[in-house]
Design a protein around this ligand. Structure first.
Ligand SMILES: *Cc1c(COP(=O)(O)O)cnc(C)c1O
Length: 458
């Protein structure tokens, strides 16, 4: 396709898979070569096709290839790329004013976003919300607030956690490569407890919640000292770690352990929040009520916006001037977020996420019955993953198999993402605007890719 005619994106984009060149195509390869001379090597790309338009359930590249989107820009365009309400509200705001700095001159759309999050977040009691620019910034601020409110220094996080790439949040993150290696020294007062990871719990999934909770209590009471701990920080479903759904009951026990010790519970819902799992917040599945919750990825339909929502008395503990930032709660991003809430309501997207999850679970379970390399199928709503293992081993991770399947999917026009502490997880995060037809076609392509790759590997 000629590079000079740019298709419009959004829901009106033609909803088909179409592969017309090798992947990446010549135009993308040219741009990738240009990128190498302009952008540091540390900025990677899962599928280096340069995007011209996206919407509904597809991404169209500079060579005219149209991919089925099972990634949503890493759980960001949950309501769809350039979704109507998001694009219209943001465009109208762009013409009114682009920035004032909320710390200099406030504007009402910031308050409207905070009001929605305060109404929706599963935090008990009266609430406040702080807006920031990213997931990492939301987590950083949640920790700052927890420390200010408790006067305690330490933070406890879990194995397989991912919380961002800034100094504090990479410290909070578990995986060394590529997130931490060479980037230390790290922030102090971060301690790590085992995650209740049912598939890999040494004594089996039935003991997982109980034993992991006991390990957390032991870490708090015996190693760190509970009265030194400001907060326990947990993803209600671990994202980059491999869509690990904690063993049932574990999160409830974590909440009880925290409450009994005056430790705050922070739920990092940067990836799980805002309708992704079939609820507004993934905490709702387990009925836990954290003191603070962070959101970002799906919050503003692709515009950079993050938030910390928490109990009012905690949120108010930081002094005037202690929170905020130059761009934080940008007015265009705020309008986009209000568009996201509109889209979720207008199109019943909580239900849609659940329906997508039901289809994916069913199809993937069928595939797992014929492919022993699919060790585990897990997730909630439109946040589902498969964990790949060596077919006849002891759950030995198979990262090459995951990479090979992903490559085949990409070549056929299906964008999938990898994840997992061992690099052996394929994760699926379709936009909730994807059609049933494309969802079905994507799952069929995935099944074919798994069959071919396991045949060629075995
Ligand atoms: C992506 C992610 C972050 C970091 O968000 P950025 O916007 O990339 O800084 C933090 N926590 C979780 C759970 C995430 O998935």
């Amino acid at each position: 396709m000629p590079g000079n005619s740019r298709p419009a994106g959004g829901p009106g984009l033609e909803q088909v898979r179409r592969i017309v060149t090798e992947i990446p195509g010549p135009r993308s390869r040219e741009l990738l070569a240009r990128q190498r001379g302009l952008v540091p090597a540390g900025v990677g790309a899962t599928l280096p096709v340069f995007v011209e338009a996206a919407g509904g359930g597809v991404i169209v590249d500079a060579d005219g290839n149209s991919f089925i989107d099972f990634g949503s820009g890493i759980a960001v365009t949950t309501v769809g790329n350039s979704a109507t309400a998001v694009a219209e509200r943001a465009a109208a705001q762009l013409r009114r004013f682009t920035h004032t700095c909320f710390l200099v001159n406030p504007y009402a759309s910031y308050l409207d976003v905070c009001q929605r999050l305060n109404e929706l977040a599963p935090v008990p009691g009266e609430k406040r919300t702080l807006l920031v620019n990213s997931g990492a910034e939301a987590v950083e601020n949640a920790v700052k607030i927890a420390r200010a409110a408790t006067g305690r220094p330490a933070v406890v996080v879990f194995d397989h956690a991912f919380h961002g790439r800034t100094l504090l949040t990479m410290t909070l993150t578990a995986k060394n490569r590529p997130y931490k290696h060479g980037f230390g020294p790290f922030a102090p007062e971060v301690h790590r407890a085992p995650m209740a990871y049912p598939y890999r719990w040494p004594t089996g999934p039935e003991h997982c919640a109980e034993e992991a909770a006991a390990a957390l209590a032991d870490l708090l009471d015996r190693q760190v000292g509970a009265d030194n701990v400001a907060a326990v920080l947990v993803e209600p479903i671990q994202g980059e770690g491999g869509f690990i759904v904690p063993a049932p009951g574990f999160l409830t026990q974590v909440a009880e352990i925290c409450r009994a010790r005056g430790i705050l519970l922070i739920a990092d819902e940067v990836q799980t929040g805002i309708a992704r799992t079939g609820r507004m917040f993934a905490c709702e599945h387990e009925g836990i009520r954290p003191d603070l919750v962070t959101t970002a990825k799906g919050l503003a339909g692709g515009l950079p916006l993050g938030a910390v929502t928490g109990r009012a008395e905690l949120m108010d503990a930081a002094p005037v001037g202690g929170l905020g930032g130059t761009f934080s709660g940008n007015p265009v991003a705020c309008e986009a977020a209000l568009g996201v809430f509109d889209e979720i309501e207008t199109h019943d997207l909580l239900e849609r996420a659940q329906a997508i999850g039901d289809v994916m679970h069913q199809r993937l379970a069928e595939l797992a019955r014929v492919h022993p390399a699919m060790g585990d199928v897990r997730g909630r709503g439109a946040m589902i993953a498969i964990e790949l293992v060596q077919p006849h081993g002891d759950r030995v991770p198979a990262p090459e198999l995951a990479a090979g399947i992903a490559r085949r999917c990409h070549a056929e026009g299906l964008l999938v993402l990898t994840a997992g502490s061992y690099g052996n997880v394929l994760r699926f995060l379709p936009p909730l605007s994807i059609s049933d037809t494309l969802l079905d076609e994507g799952l069929t392509l995935l099944g074919e890719a798994i069959a071919k790759e396991t045949a060629s590997a075995g």
